[in-house]
Design a protein around this ligand. Sequence first.
Ligand SMILES: [Zn+2]
Length: 233
Amino acid sequence: MANTVQKTFIVDCNVCKAKVAAIEKGFIEGNTFDDEAGEPYGQRVFLGTCPSCTTILVGESNQIHFEGFNAYEDSWSDIARVYPQPPKSFSSWRIPRVVTDSLNEADRSLQAGANIAACMMLGRALEALCRDILKPADNELSPSKKPSKKLMLGEGIKRLRDDKVIDERLYDWSQQLQAFRNLAAHPEDISISREDASDLQIFVNAIVEYVYDLADRYDEFKTRAEKRGKQKK
Ligand SMILES: [Zn+2]
């Protein structure tokens, strides 16, 4: 029998909580030209199993450079796990891009074992949420109002609680995140465990979901109920 080399790909195992060389069982590559964006698009999806715990792992990589288009040779991003436990996705159109970008970056940092960077990104996401939610409405802009651009995380989360955008529990989580974010921001010799960073990620995701997705859902629910009430009259 021919001596075949076992193909592997490097991906984060959510059970082992570490980068592993997953045993490749399947591979798909797709290439198209995105007419709207005017640029090519490449995607690879890897299917495999963790060599130590045998969990099924699916990873995705996107093409960064394209030979003959913007580079001398093709290059691909690191493989990010998309199954199990894919990065959290949200439904509200109100969520600012800077919030979702920061959350995605935090997820990638976590998968890469960069826990301090992940905490920085989670803090950035929450700070951006504060600035978005607490920005003064156009009709209440006055010189006495502080410009929301300068709003810092600590003040922001207090105001979210005072304005009843978040409750006491979400406020506690936010304070924890702020403490870790501050720790991460200073060039001191610290370490943050993956467990702590993962928990903070879950808390921030929950806050974003609560403030945007669930609020939207409830508004739609109430609108339907009001409509029904009017129809009965
Ligand atoms: Zn594993």
